[in-house]
Design a protein around this ligand. Structure first.
Ligand SMILES: Nc1ncnc2c1ncn2[C@@H]1O[C@H](COP(=O)(O)OP(=O)(O)OP(=O)(O)O)[C@@H](O)[C@H]1O
Ligand SMILES: [Mg+2]
Length: 309
């Protein structure tokens, strides 16, 4: 797919697959092209002539009506009517998807319970907090029992309680066999729930991996953090520096970036023992997806000489 806005290439000849039943996460800095990708997939933007989207091997542009019914969409900007009550918005969504009145009633009750929104059914949408509104958006997207969910930052700006409800529901939907495409800025979330992650930058896909592989392929695998009881002498620091990639923080706290943590721990232990140095704290930190993300984006932007946008 490609999408240009005049001379800006928002999505640059990208190509990817989503396997049935998986959760695919799209990560990327602001302006990377995530929402544009979703808008192309869901028909908000018309596909350019050479772009193609296939769903269960059918061409989206050839049978748009039939295929779009498979989608449940939570867009970046909510499409709920603010003057409608929660119930009115849900009834309206059900009517759009051609569900019968009985079916709508049954689905609405199930979803309101599932997303803990039952006591808000008569509240006007404009009176809902962000988190409650997002839960309503999810209910609206799920009403017609779609098999493919497309969620643009479904947990952004929500409190931990709402995040947990939404995240657990996403996992439950996966267990029910739904295929889920989600964009997020939350690395921890991506790591927790996604089977595969695409990282986008300036309209391109710069990584397409499982969360584990993303971290493994990144050389800087671990960080050893240790705190000394006493201040090290200049010579001791020099010696440590010659052995490791050492960074001193403050108050006798040191950090070693390590590609081979087990070996480095053993060297460090020998050195400390030989020099009779006591440590008061020790931690081994795994590389987080956040570090991988920042590294990839910085490298990609350095490569082209662009600022990170
Ligand atoms: N309708 C539009 N007209 C002109 N430019 C647009 C339009 N929509 C998006 N863009 C531009 O396309 C680029 C990609 O935007 P997009 O909204 O897809 O980014 P995003 O990855 O979703 O960012 P965010 O994380 O901030 O939501 C940006 O430079 C944006 O300004
Ligand atoms: Mg966006």
């Amino acid at each position: 797919m490609t999408k240009n806005f005049e001379d800006l290439i928002a999505v640059n000849h990208i190509s990817f697959r989503i396997e049935e039943g998986e959760i695919l996460g799209i990560l990327g800095p602001n302006g990377a092209g995530k929402t544009t990708t979703i808008r192309l997939l869901t028909g908000v933007f018309e596909l350019e002539e050479k772009s193609r989207v296939k769903i269960y091997s059918e061409d989206l542009t050839k049978s748009p009506k039939k295929l779009k019914k498979l989608f449940g969409i939570v867009p970046e900007i909510s499409n709920a009517y603010s003057d409608y009550t929660v119930l009115q918005n849900l009834n309206f969504s059900g009517t759009i998807y051609g569900l019968s009145k009985t079916k709508i009633k049954e689905r609405v009750n199930t979803l309101l319970e599932r997303f803990e929104l039952g006591d808000k059914r008569y509240a006007k949408t404009k009176t809902l907090s962000k988190g409650l509104k997002q839960r309503l958006n999810l209910c609206m997207a799920l009403l017609h029992q779609p098999s493919i969910l497309i969620l643009d930052e479904p947990t952004s700006g929500l409190d931990p309680f709402s995040v947990t409800i939404v995240r657990n529901q996403i996992l439950e939907l996966k267990n029910e066999g739904k295929t889920i495409l989600i964009t997020t800025h939350n690395m921890q979330e991506a790591q927790q729930i996604c089977d595969r992650i695409l990282i986008m930058n300036r309209g391109n896909i710069i990584a397409d991996e499982t969360p584990d592989n993303l971290r493994k392929n990144f050389k800087q695998t671990s960080t050893l953090v240790f705190k000394m009881q006493d201040t090290l002498s200049y010579e001791q620091k020099e010696k440590l520096n010659s052995m490791f990639n050492l960074k001193e923080e403050n108050n006798n706290l040191f950090r070693v970036i390590s590609e081979n943590p087990l070996e480095d721990i053993s060297y460090l232990y020998d050195f400390l023992k030989k020099n009779k140095i006591q440590i008061t704290d020790f931690k081994l930190l795994e590389t987080s997806l956040e570090e991988v993300f920042i590294h990839l984006i910085k490298n990609d932007s350095k490569f082209t000489g662009d600022d990170i946008r």
